[in-house]
Design a protein around this ligand. Sequence first.
Ligand SMILES: Cc1ncc(COP(=O)(O)O)c(C=O)c1O
Length: 403
Amino acid sequence: MSFTIASRLADLPRPATIAMAARARELRGQGADVISLALGQPDFPSPPEAIEAAYAAAKAGDTGYPPIPGQKPLIDAIARKFRRDNALDVTSDRIMVANGGKQIIFNALMASLETGDEVIVPAPYWVSYPLITRMLGGVPVEIRCREENGFRPDPETIRKAITLRTKWLVLNFPNNPTGAILERQDLEAIADVLREAPHVLVMSDEIYEHLTFDGKKHLSLLSVAPDLADRILIVNGMAKAYAMTGWRVGFACGPVPLIQAMVAVQGNSTSGVCTLAQAGSVAALDGDADGIARMLETYERRRGMVVGALQDIPGLTCVMPEGAFYAYPGVAALIGRKSGQGRRLDTDVAFAEALLEEAHVATVPGSAFGYSPYLRLSFAASDAQLAEACRRIARFVSDIQPA
Ligand SMILES: Cc1ncc(COP(=O)(O)O)c(C=O)c1O
């Protein structure tokens, strides 16, 4: 039998991240000491109380099919979380749990998009928004956030991008990959634009909400614009703040009809989330908030170290990220030149490939986030690895041949 891939997949570009990760593995296999700053994964263990609770749930026989939207103790813990962290009172019929924030996004787009519907995605963006949109027949509409504006979206640009086919506006703050956050006045200006366009839903991906620096606090769009509650879907999850990427637990708060439709999608795909992971998530959400504070302190220290080192490298620019755990240095001044070993650095993909081949540092090129020429470096790695990676990047850049 000859297999033909479905057209909804055949047209999807292969993310540069996958090719980079594969090459990094290959180099490691050949004995190279590759430092990978490519993954968006905390380098901390999951909270011990989560592990204990998952084990206790297994021993207690909590091993049957879960309710599709999520088990009651977790839905209740999520409601408590929204009250505690976001000053939002949310009823349980507005909450659902899925296999990661990613499945929340998939469920929402699957439940709402007709072919040709538009999804406004401010760039730089996390790669999955446009890819899932395209997979489901939608059309991603990219708008550029300017570096001079701290990578925040300009409300006027959002207004101009809205058409009668717009179904969603995606907002992801703190942002992956730039670390930008939105302040109250930014959210108010965006809410004003949304009030003029009552057909547009907003996907507010707040999965990095706890990871904000310089004492700044994340503000949820819903708390700033409660009148838009019937159009805002908050995406969140356990992966980043609780170092629980592998548990695959994400959650959402949204308007009841949308949540019901998302539950219908989930009922026909995964039937819900692993019960043990749900029990662990309850314990983490209700657990020791100092754990997050300690991780944040470490990320903040590493941010200073990495961004400081990158800013000292002639030819690189680097905005200080206000949240998440990524640095997003610009390499525009070096594009078009040749690396020390003679590779042409015509794009940020070529730059990232040469950096991997010659300096053994794996990063993700900005083109993966729809915004070139940049690199994304995760500082969810040890101090020693980060210091060595910065030294290697500095040497790689100083070896670049003059124009
Ligand atoms: C902005 C953003 N949203 C959502 C996710 C999905 O997280 P998960 O599916 O692991 O919960 C990620 C993961 O990298 C992310 O960076």
